[in-house]
Design a protein around this ligand. Structure first.
Ligand SMILES: NC(=O)C1=CN([C@@H]2O[C@H](COP(=O)(O)OP(=O)(O)OC[C@H]3O[C@@H](n4cnc5c(N)ncnc54)[C@H](O)[C@@H]3O)[C@@H](O)[C@H]2O)C=CC1
Ligand SMILES: N[C@@H](CC=O)C(=O)O
Length: 819
């Protein structure tokens, strides 16, 4: 015999009810079947709402009654004919009349006891079982309405009743022994010993099915619902959650107790005790494999990962009772939990540190006020004597359970779990792990619930790792970067199991935000005009409010305002990659604020492209220093634009034309005067000097400007470029003069002992700087280890593609730390 339980969505309309015939008929060919049904979808909510309205004296409860009547009578009309329709309609009308009387009484008295509430709620299953049994009979299946009040015996906690298994087993055996028909059982309801109606808690029909199945020794208990199985996490919260093919009873129990709504928390226990396999199947897609729940997993099941799945309970509260007077005093915990049990307060989570100074436990938010009051009464004497110093309730808390039977004896799981949370800046408030090592539960701020579920799901390889990239700026560098990400995204997915999702882009006028990723094939189309504030602050608040896991902010602007925002980003645990030098080469105060923020954050900050674009200069410098080398001097050319200008001048071009070409090729700063004034080069030296440990300000760099005095006034970049012709002859002359002496000129610099100087130099033609081409930069490190032959890094030092490549590499470095 098999037990088939159909949830409210599987029978929500006449089409779906007809559909379940396609499940029931083949099952009957396989042997006898017992059917258990929930109420039609939404009916339980309508009943609850009607009861609460009536209790508040709100006559609106009648509207709910009308809706309930229309819904069920509509099903009778659509599904049944002739006497069957007549008979079922009468049964439902009788029930509705009784329900109306009860609600009228509740409304008059303005009082809703648990007893009346359970009675009201019971009508949903009583109506649905009646319709479905009649429909099956009409379709030629000998079915009989089976009212669970006749055989599910419970205690008198009417709304969340405990089942008396001994009494229920006796009655179930006798009830089902008599009938040869297919029973259609009202799920969710039972009866107390005095005959009053009780309910088994929301979703209790699953429990009804497993109680019956276990007592009668069913071959299988099938839970038919509207999802294709037990998922590795709630798919509404975790995009890549998937249906687990197999799961052990113990895992299913842990996950459903910790919030996985697919199964009633108590329902697994009877099946597990009787060793009866369960399966969760989708009635909308009966061919989908679903999830099988049993003790021993099949040998061909996938090799197990330490974590099988995650679940969470939202919006709970954490109560903390603390005081030095609790240490070593026996009986405090016992009094605490007995007191809560006496008042029917269900504890979701408990944690106590070994110091015994505090005990924390989580309960439903609705019970928080009551719990605090009764505990204040219980511990009044200890509170007065200050043995207990505080009894606090922390709201807006979520509990997450990480479950897997293979976690047991697998070192490093909790380390990995908490490291993942830490990297994402998720603060863990309290932790609990049972000695079965199958469930690590912890509580966090509700705001971080989705973020935590997603990063844990990914980090335990339950799905592909995602990194969310938010770009500021859409100019030369950003454009190349977007192109490179687009081109390599698929490779990264395949080779590194990493999905680089560009979730945001903004410039000063336009913005695009999409948690699931902007379509990079049409990113310009995705940008929409910014409404309201167009500041970087506004973009950052919108990024922060999304609170996505593995988030990296990428600065492709040349804006000081954006650089000023790095400390805020890092404090919010958002990593930063920047091509913009105005942070690391900003004021010493900003530089140090960024450094402080970095030290108190788990986020990362990388800026390799600040010096030499895509060349490995900062990493080389840091590697030399961290491996104990002593850097004596750094010299070279660190401006792609200036290198290009002098390399082209040597070939005979005109200064103004070359500068224009450099701008068009994307080598210059947004304003080329930043390059010609030496400011951009000076910033790079300032960064190197700071990396060497010197507390330098920009003014400490001795910098020679190439912007002629006559053009230093207030003018736009275009006018400046036009008027640059005025100095063409000066540069032609300088080149000629140097050539007469067998030399050439270049713009270069050096830093030694904290003194940095950059400017035009006359160099012999065989000097390596004189041999540079295009935008080539060259940095020469003279160190204790590289004394006779200095270490040289050389290559293109400007341009969209190389710089974007450097930014991309920094993003991937942070990604490999995060995931
Ligand atoms: N071009 C190159 O070869 C290299 C450039 N860099 C740096 O990369 C950065 C970007 O350079 P390019 O792409 O060439 O400049 P660009 O002028 O082409 O692009 C700058 C972008 O930033 C946006 N922007 C400016 N202020 C903003 C704000 N407050 N909020 C949001 N967006 C803002 C602009 O609208 C524009 O889209 C600069 O800091 C530059 O120093 C670094 C290494 C090499
Ligand atoms: N404008 C800069 C670009 C790199 O930082 C340069 O010319 O070097």
């Amino acid at each position: 015999m098999n037990v088939l339980k159909f949830g409210g969505t599987s029978i929500e309309n006449s089409r779906r009810i007809r559909n379940i015939l396609k499940i029931i008929r083949p099952a009957l060919e396989d042997g006898p079947v017992i059917i258990v049904v929930s109420a039609i979808r939404k009916v339980t909510d309508l009943l609850l709402d009607a009861a609460l309205s009536a209790c508040n004296g709100d006559e609106g409860y009648r509207d709910n009654l009308d809706r309930i009547e229309r819904l069920h009578m509509g099903l009778v009309d659509e599904l049944l004919e002739g006497p069957a329709a007549e008979e079922t309609a009468v049964g439902i009308r009788d029930g509705l009349a009784e329900l109306k009387d009860v609600l009228h009484g509740v409304c008059l008295l303005r009082e809703l006891s648990d007893k009346s509430s359970a009675l009201v709620m019971s009508f949903g299953e009583r109506f649905s079982a009646r319709i479905i049994s009649s429909f099956l009979c009409q379709e030629g299946i000998a079915a009989a309405y089976a009212d669970a009040r006749e055989f599910i015996v419970t205690d008198t906690s009417h709304c969340d009743a405990r089942v008396d298994m001994t009494a229920s087993s006796r009655k179930i055996r006798s009830y089902f022994g008599k009938t040869g028909d297919v029973p259609v059982v009202t799920g969710y309801i039972g009866a107390a010993p005095d005959g009053t109606v009780t309910t088994l808690g929301r979703g209790g029909s699953d429990y009804t099915a497993t109680i019956i199945g276990s007592v009668l020794g069913a071959r299988e208990i099938q839970i038919w619902t509207d999802v294709s199985g037990f998922f590795s996490a709630d798919p509404k919260r975790v995009r890549d959650a998937y249906a687990l093919p197999f799961i052990s009873y113990a895992e299913a129990m842990e996950l459903s107790h910790a919030g996985a709504k697919v199964l009633h928390p108590y329902s697994v226990h009877p099946a597990m005790k009787a060793g009866i396999p369960m399966s969760i199947k989708n009635s909308l897609d009966p061919q989908a494999p679903g999830t099988r729940i049993e003790q021993v997993l099949p040998t061909d099941a996938e090799p197990s990962k330490p974590v099988t799945g995650l679940s969470s309970i939202s919006n709970i509260v954490l109560v903390n009772i603390a005081g030095s007077g609790m240490v070593g005093v026996p009986g405090i915990a016992s009094r605490l939990f007995s007191c809560l049990a006496r008042h029917m307060i269900n504890i979701i989570f408990i944690s106590q540190a070994s110091s015994e100074q505090s005990i924390s436990f989580a309960i439903n938010a609705a019970q928080a006020g009551r719990a605090k009051k009764i505990l204040e009464e219980e511990f009044a004497a200890e509170l007065k004597a200050r043995q207990i110093e505080s009894l606090t309730v922390r709201r807006h808390i979520a509990m997450i359970a990480v479950v897997g039977k293979s976690m047991s004896g697998h070192p490093g799981v909790s380390a990995h779990l908490f490291e993942t949370l830490g990297k994402n800046g998720i603060n863990v408030i309290a932790v609990a792990q049972g000695a079965n090592e199958m469930n690590i539960s912890f509580v966090i701020d509700s705001h971080d619930e989705d973020k935590a579920l997603n990063c844990i799901h990914e980090s335990f390889l339950l799905s592909q790792s995602t990194v969310h990239v938010f770009i500021a700026g859409t100019g030369t560098i950003a454009r190349s970067l977007i192109g490179q990400i687009r081109e390599h995204r698929e490779n990264l997915r395949r080779q590194k199991n990493l999905d680089l999702v560009v979730s945001g882009m903004a410039n000063t006028r336009m913005i695009a935000l999409d948690n699931n990723g902007i379509d990079l094939a049409d990113w310009e189309g995705a940008l929409k005009p910014r409404e309201g504030e167009r500041t970087i602050g506004d973009y950052i608040s919108r990024i922060k409010s999304r609170n996505l896991h593995n988030a990296i902010f990428v600065d492709c602007t040349a804006s000081g305002d954006v650089a000023e925002a790095y400390p805020e980003l890092l404090a919010s645990n958002i990593s930063v990659v920047t091509a913009n030098k105005l942070g690391m080469a900003g004021s010493l105060e900003l530089y140090e604020t960024i450094d402080d923020a970095l030290h108190s954050s788990n986020a990362r900050f990388l800026y390799e492209t600040n010096v030499g674009a895509g060349l490995p200069i900062i990493n080389t410098l840091n590697d030399l220093q961290s491996s104990g080398d002593n850097i004596l001097r750094i010299e070279g050319v660190l401006s792609g634009t200036l290198s290009f200008i002098f390399n082209e001048l040597r070939k005979g071009g005109s200064f103004s034309e070359i500068v224009r070409k450099a701008k068009e090729a994307g080598y210059t700063e947004p304003d080329p005067r930043e390059d010609l004034s030496g400011a951009d080069f000076a910033r790079k030296f300032l960064i190197l000097g700071r990396e060497l440990g010197f507390r330098l300000e920009y003014e400490d760099i001795d910098c020679e400007s190439l912007v002629p005095e006559s053009l230093s006034g207030d003018m736009g970049a275009d006018e400046f470029l036009d008027r640059l012709r005025e100095v063409d002859s000066t540069y032609e002359q300088m080149i000629r003069d140097a050539a007469k002496e067998g030399k050439t000129i270049a713009y270069a610099g050096e830093i030694q002992d904290g003194n940095a100087r950059i400017g035009v130099k006359t160099l012999p033609l065989d000097n390596p700087v004189a041999g540079l081409n295009g935008t080539e930069n060259m940095v020469v490190f003279t160190t204790d280890r590289y004394l006779d032959t200095p270490l040289v890094v050389k290559g293109p030092g400007a341009g969209g593609e190389v710089t974007a490549g450097g930014v991309f590499a920094d993003i991937l470095r942070i990604a490999s730390y995060l995931v």
